[in-house]
Design a protein around this ligand. Sequence first.
Ligand code: NAD
Length: 244
Amino acid sequence: MESPSIVVLTGAGISAESGIKTFRAGDGLWENHPIDKVATPEGFRKDPSLVHQFYNERRAQILDPAITPNAAHKALAQLESDYPGPVWVVTQNIDNLHERAGSKNLIHMHGEILKIRCKKTEQVFACHESISTESNCSCCQRSGTLRPHIVWFGEMPFQMDEIYHHLGKAHLFISIGTSGNVYPAAGFVEHARECGARCIEVNPNPTYNPNFEDFRQGVATVEVPKLVNELINNVPKRNTPEIP
Ligand code: NAD
């Protein structure tokens, strides 16, 4: 029998209690900036300095030693190590809190704040410093070719084939701290459900998506460790000899 697999989709809400603000909060703003100015290719073309500055601030924030993985990130890493089947975390977050908590099967579908990309060669580099339109790219040796390694509105998220492959095989789909406003991630629950997964949502505010058959209302640091504990203690037993 195939081991039962789990796909977890996380959004900005899982990092809220680590001190990173969520996205929309109902007002279309990300850290007080309209999203079309800082999270679209058009916004970058129009004002690259503003966009670099915005992501420089996000990068500096995640490098601040005060920002650390919380109990929810840690519980998901524990789920991956203690659950007998494969556990995949697909995150919309650009922060690095899942990997710092210990998650290994991790897909950053919207990119990573600690990476930068050359527009000419598509090479991706680790980046822990501030970038400007004057910064020189180490592959093409030009200035003005670097952009944040972030998926903006209107761009295709990363690793979509792999994500749909895991969703298609998942026994359980868990959505944590995401408003369900940003597609294609918002459509994962429907796909997982159609492919046979049980679907659970964790959020202080319900999204009322009917594909979730189980809703855990509350903050991630409380609800995720509880759920992980349940899952680890209720795994279908494997290799049990059949009683004649
Ligand atoms: P969103 O901001 O649209 O929604 C956040 C959701 O989290 C809401 O449903 C809210 O009810 C819930 N929430 C708030 N506090 C919570 C808590 N303590 N525990 C659990 N849930 C909580 O976020 P989204 O759906 O992820 O879409 C936002 C987009 O913004 C993503 O694509 C992401 O790339 C980007 N973003 C990322 C970060 C980050 O990397 N940490 C932060 C802000 C925005």
